[in-house]
Design a binder for this molecule. Sequence first.
Ligand code: TNX
Length: 776
Amino acid sequence: MSVFRKLVVLALIAITWSCEEKKVNKTFTEEEIAVIPKPAQLTLAEGSFQFGDDTKIVISDAAQKEMISGFLSKFKNAAGWDLEVSEKAPKADFVKLVVDENLEEEAYKLDVNSDRVIISAKGNAGFLYGLETLRQLLPVSIESADKIGDTAWVIPNLIITDQPRYKYRGLMLDVSRHFFEIDYLKETIDRLAMLKMNVLHLHLVDDQGWRIEIKKYPKLTEFGAWRVDQEDKHWDGREETSPDEKGTYGGFYTQDELKDLVAYAATKNVEIIPEIEMPAHVTSAIAAYPELSCHERPVGVPSGGVWPITDIYCAGKEHTFEFLENVLLEVMEIFPSKYIHVGGDEATKTNWATCPHCKQRMQTEGLKNVEELQSYFITRMERFINKNGKRLIGWDEILEGGIAPEATVMSWRGVAGGVEAAKQGHDVIMTPGSHAYFDHYQGPQNEEPLAWGGYTPLSKVYTFDPLVEGMTDEEAKHVLGGQANLWSEQIKTTDHSEYMIFPRLAALSETLWSPKKSRNWEDFSSRIETMFKRYDLMDINYAKSSYLVMEDVKIDMETKEVSVELKNEYTDADIRYTLNDAKLTDNATKYTEPLIINKTTEIHASLFKDDKPVGVPFNTTVEFHKAVGKDVTFKEIYNEQYQGEGKFGMVNTLRGTKNFHDGHWQAWLAKGMEAVVDLGEEMPIHEVILGTLENQGPGIYFPTAVKVYVSNDGKTYKEVGVEKRAFAKNPSFDLKDFKITFDEQSVRYVKVVAESMKTLPNGGDVWLFVDEIVIN
Ligand code: TNX
């Protein structure tokens, strides 16, 4: 190339470069800052700092190189730049990490002006979090895996002083019920760090799979890690397997893989806490080594739900403790964490009550009952764990029969266990089912992928607080923080796992990191929109359930009209709707006040953003019928746990979903329902429909018969029809309308009787769930 041509090429490069590198000086508004979790203190200033391909990252010691690699790779991908790392700061245009011994372990200070960025922290944890904040101050396209053309990489001039409210901020992944590869765990660790979460609790042992290599007991993973593949069936509808059937579904982590994972997590300030369940949830171990149980019978690794859990470790035999100590020695070798989680939940101790070894143990140790035997079990394991320089965590059941002296309690059955433990001077991690169980639904069940049950939408997670009202200061000090739990009975894929975790984890992270006084749902729900854009670029299959429109239906007692309020988790949401045949794309009306309905009507609605519908559309048909708003009396009132919408719950046109917690269902336990509807005056009717639900896992069964009677004086009734349904095993959740039609007749009172099985041959609850009595 001639000198001249070289010059031309250089000039062209310079011009393109300066085009790309447009200098921008922008003053940001508070609304444009969308960092999650919200920093403790932020003072915005005028102007901005702009990254260019010349910006230097200045570190104070070479060991920081690894820690900043994640941040550098973002720029490499999205901007195509290899930002230079040096140990000496130039005059301007740099990001400098400065050690400040006075800051707390995870705290950081971020000081940005137009010339430079300074992150101060005590060590890597703080620097890492400072860089994560920096990342979220940058335009969302920094998350892009491919080079983005014309982005100005500017961040606002500001000062952030930030530190966590709680020191324990965790997520539990259940890798036993379904197995997840190490790579997914690593990705999850990155995403935890992005939200300044610092614990990954791995549930490595459960009935349906043992997931950690133990060299001394190879059968644990040779047999215990594999089960007969019945993945095509609902979790609770899988058949019992025999010990000689070969397992093909499963997997386990080798010790080397786990050590590598632990090391990786440490670079992201994430501690991995292993959970080795005992004495229950261990059928997989007993399948490998039957001598660990009381009866020593060979069992297969269950392919699905086991309830109640009676195959548990024998608490009498010394061999059990020897086994567990050997297992834990290897576990402690792999995981440097301060804590070892020993589970302790949901043990049905019927075998202990009859086992000669257990009886002997109770006698020699002076234990009054099997609860005290469980307490002996856990306390003994705690002594061993403490002797090895670690601390024990257990689920709140470890309080029963007396808690081990130094134990930390993970409160899952609400917060009561946590409060009690704190009262007794124990440390507590709050993870109540109500707010922190990510295996629950996050939107209307009919629109969502299969979940365990429950209803924990984003806005509810955001109201989580580990601190329980009424706790004394002393008790509050024992609350270390909180954790989300993702049990994986229904979760088979990483896509589904991501869906359940995100965006709820973002809400949880803010409840654990940010000062309580800054909690503001409206503010958070606008910031989460920016996070969605990041998740899109990061290819995370997050749930958009918070976009779903929901209804709230009321009956006007006077006019007997139905009013339908449309709402959404977001305050001031732009909801638009159409009725009957009109499509949402036609000319949707902006929703401003409840719709008044007095005849059967279809409603179509959606949340709109920038004039376009987002998320899954909402469609419902309000089926107007003759019983709407009429008086209903019950022979025996519904159970207080399931009251539906109260007095008019059965006659408000509102139908229940497959989620029995959705607030539409009225339920009776171990008895049938008898209801009388007073139509107010005689009127011609020819049909009665009763809406019911079946979900046999939690004990909800269809009625065995529905009978309809009519009367004009409310005293003498005549039967007009019946529909029967014989009991049948049903592994899925189903809705069923019992429909009774008869010759048209003029009546005032309609009596509906739904018969229940009341009890099951093998014991267990029988619930009867009803959502509506439709009369036509
Ligand atoms: C209860 S939470 C369990 C788990 C189940 C979960 C389903 C706890 C300590 N035990 O074994 O997976 O419910 O939500």
